[in-house]
Design a protein around this ligand. Structure first.
Ligand code: ATP
Ligand code: MG
Length: 378
């Protein structure tokens, strides 16, 4: 039987000659629908009139035949061309938020301290490993942690002037473009920000930054389901949400709230799936032992209950905490026990994104202008 993940696996050997990586890593398969009688998907090209369009389509078709796609199966391959990077001024006039960011992934939870930042950081690095252009935005305005996790505590992004407007250049680390409110303010002072100020500072991280063309933008959300979340999901075309939880009941209850928030009618952001963090503990000296400190399988059960995929399970490993504190996400160490797990998580996220576009229309932004900005409403 053909399945979305089998097809995407096979497409990993299809590569555009001008790209660094294959079409799956780069998220160039969208709207994937796999049914017994029909397979359809959209191939994404960076520019119209791509000279390799025909050969890319033929390569995909060949892969499907090799996989055993039955004779007579209807095959529809559409094409989509990315927009050319516009001048900042033109983009502003169109008031389109992040027009060159193809997939925006919000990493959230209901509860604090369950590992959102850790998952967001490692997911971003894992997505970038294959050559995709990845951005990571620290939206935790009250407790930014990405500067520490990426060893960028004393770094400051440059500001450039484009058409009389100040644009912020994100910092790059481990192949990921990063912005955090922590780069601009003393983290201890960020704690006393009032809601409206925090919201407008946050939107400026997206609106006033020179992001360029990005395949995946990962957003590390603050804990809870409050104002900041609403500001974000209402102002950005978030493609999908990844909800992180630990397996114990109190965390699951909050994860349920997190999922419910994204599913609210006026927000309506698809939930790509759940990640179980601290799923078990394995001591360094007993690598084959698993201790289910926070309970066993809680997030898998929640995923089933909510009818969303379980994207991955990450154990509690001392090295994950250490690498976070040392400014090098654990996934950078290929010998780490979590390296294959985060790599698989990135694959699962790519798969869900490829399928997502076929199920839902692009997320609509409620409105993005200053009158919608709480800071401007006094
Ligand atoms: N799988 C893991 N193994 C070991 N330590 C972990 C793991 N996941 C997270 N941690 C550690 O737990 C702490 C909390 O993680 P993290 O900061 O990622 O959580 P968070 O959900 O982003 O928290 P907050 O709600 O405060 O933003 C950190 O010290 C981190 O290094
Ligand atoms: Mg965090």
């Amino acid at each position: 039987m053909l399945s979305a993940s089998k097809i995407l696996d096979a497409f990993r050997s299809v590569k555009h000659p001008d790209e660094k990586s294959n079409i799956v890593e780069l998220g160039h398969i969208e709207d994937l629908i796999v049914k017994p009688e029909r397979v359809s998907f959209t191939l994404v090209f960076r520019k119209p009139g791509d000279p390799f369009e025909k050969s890319m389509r033929a390569a995909c078709e060949r892969k499907l035949k090799e996989l055993g796609m039955a004779e007579g199966t209807e095959l529809n391959i559409g094409s989509r061309y990315l927009k050319k990077i516009q001048h900042a001024k033109e983009a502003d006039q169109k008031a389109e938020m992040l027009p060159h960011v193809r997939n925006i992934i919000a990493v959230a939870s209901g509860k604090g301290g369950v590992g959102k930042s850790t998952v967001a950081a490692n997911l971003a690095v894992a997505l970038a490993e294959g050559g995709a252009r990845v951005a990571l935005v620290d939206a935790d305005i009250y407790g930014p942690s990405l500067p520490i996790m990426f060893d960028l505590v004393n770094e400051k992004p440059f500001a450039t002037e484009v058409d009389g407007k100040t644009r912020i250049e994100p910092l790059e680390r481990y192949g990921v473009q990063i912005l955090s409110i922590g780069f601009f303010v003393d983290p201890s002072k960020a704690l006393i920000w009032r809601g409206p100020m925090a919201s407008s500072a946050l939107t400026s991280l997206f609106r006033d930054a020179e992001w360029g063309e990005i395949d995946y933008m990962v957003i590390d959300m603050p804990p809870g389901t409050g104002d900041i979340h609403l500001t974000l999901v209402q102002n950005l075309p978030v493609t999908g949400a990844v909800i992180v939880s630990t397996p114990q009941e109190v965390a699951l209850a909050d994860a349920r709230k997190g999922v419910a928030m994204f599913r609210q009618k006026d927000i309506n952001v698809p939930v790509l799936g759940l990640v179980e963090n601290m799923a078990w503990f394995t001591p360094l000296e007993l690598p084959d032992n698993k201790y289910y400190i926070f309970g066993n399988g809680g997030v898998a059960r929640l995923a089933e209950e909510l009818n969303v995929p379980l994207l991955g399970q990450i154990p509690l490993v001392q090295g994950v905490r250490e690498s976070g504190d040392n400014g090098m996400p654990a996934v950078l160490d290929k010998t780490s026990p979590v390296y294959p797990l985060f790599r698989d998580l990135a694959n699962e996220v790519r798969t869900q994104l490829a399928i997502r576009h076929s199920i839902y229309a692009p997320t609509e932004v409620v409105k993005m202008n200053d009158s919608n900005d709480p800071a401007c409403q006094s």
